[in-house]
Design a protein around this ligand. Structure first.
Ligand code: GDP
Length: 294
């Protein structure tokens, strides 16, 4: 993950090798290379510029006679800036209300259904009683997929295959949860291949009706700049609480992880790193920055 970006950043820092101190002149090349590395990794241009301007300003403002070398100093500053860019601290999922409702939104193929199963398993391991709800009224296969995942992780699945009203299905699921002492209801929704009005209306209707404690936007990190644009479109309409980045195990260049927080101002809460139900992790900006810098 992020191998190319890590290599390019490492190369950028090499420019400062053997330099006794940071100057306007010797830092300029490094900053330019960091910016290029970020843009090559699909980081939004404006974000890459802002971040590298901040790194440069901090580097020039540091006392040059410290014990650490200019290269090490720049790595430290870059690490701090990337951590801040990704939100600084880790933010946990909000569980609130009885039942607590978690609405899962995103495009088709982003990994919503897989993530719903993973989240159910994750919350079950915390000792919570969870109900999965299938609200993809367009793809019967999505209902079956969720049932299979529910069985796999030992979580009850609520579905009404004949019902084409997502709000009614979800409302019935909440009643079912109350009767059966499920404390968390995860609502998996329909997605389209691209942002469209009908999908947005439906998910917005679900959010208005269910008043979820969490609305999580799931996005495929491999889609780079598109991931950021889709996040913006969903956030403008839904005002979601958090982001889930999927397929971080793939050949992603990292741009989505690095840009989304700054562009939509919502925390990345989870990452998904594979097809298995265990491949779910909370997102820690500092750990991700350290991994990128190698
Ligand atoms: P949905 O249409 O948004 O519900 O997407 P799915 O959950 O059906 O996922 C689409 C495809 O991506 C499936 O083949 C999943 O197995 C796969 N997938 C989901 N999450 C991940 C992940 O984190 N890593 C990898 N490699 N594949 C994933």
């Amino acid at each position: 993950m992020f191998d190319n970006l890590s290599l390019k950043l490492d190369k950028a820092f090499q420019n400062l090798k053997g330099q006794g101190r940071i100057t306007e002149i010797n830092v300029a090349t490094t900053i330019k290379e960091i910016r290029k590395a970020l843009i090559d990794a699909d980081v939004n241009y404006k974000v890459a510029k802002e971040v590298t301007d901040e790194i440069k300003e901090k580097a020039l403002g540091e006392d040059v006679l410290t014990a650490i070398s200019p290269g090490q100093l720049l790595i430290k500053i870059t690490n701090d800036e990337l951590t801040a860019l990704m939100g600084g601290k880790s933010e946990d999922i909000v569980i609130e209300g009885n039942p607590s409702i978690i609405l899962i939104a995103g495009l088709q193929g982003s990994g919503k259904t897989t993530f719903s199963g993973k989240l159910a398993s994750y919350l079950k391991k915390q000792g919570r009683s969870v109900l999965l709800t299938a609200c993809d009224i367009y793809r019967p296969a999505a209902i079956d997929q969720l049932k299979v995942l529910g069985e796999q992780v030992g979580v009850d699945v609520y579905a009404e295959p004949e019902n084409k009203d997502a709000v009614k299905i979800a409302s019935a699921a909440i009643e079912y949860a109350k009767k059966n002492n499920h404390r968390v209801v995860i609502v998996d929704t329909a997605g389209r291949l691209a942002v469209d009005e009908e999908m947005m209306n439906e998910i917005a209707r679900l959010k208005d009706a269910l008043k979820p404690a969490e609305t999580l936007f799931v996005v495929d990190s491999m889609t780079g700049q598109d991931a950021v644009n889709t996040a913006k479109a969903f956030n403008d309409r839904l005002n979601f609480n958090g982001v889930v980045l999927t397929k971080l195990d793939g050949d992603t260049r990292g741009g989505a992880a690095l840009s989304i927080r700054r562009v939509v101002d919502k925390p990345i809460k989870f990452v998904s790193t594979g097809e298995k139900m265990e491949a779910i992790d909370r997102f820690y900006p500092d750990r991700m920055a350290s991994r990128i810098l190698g």
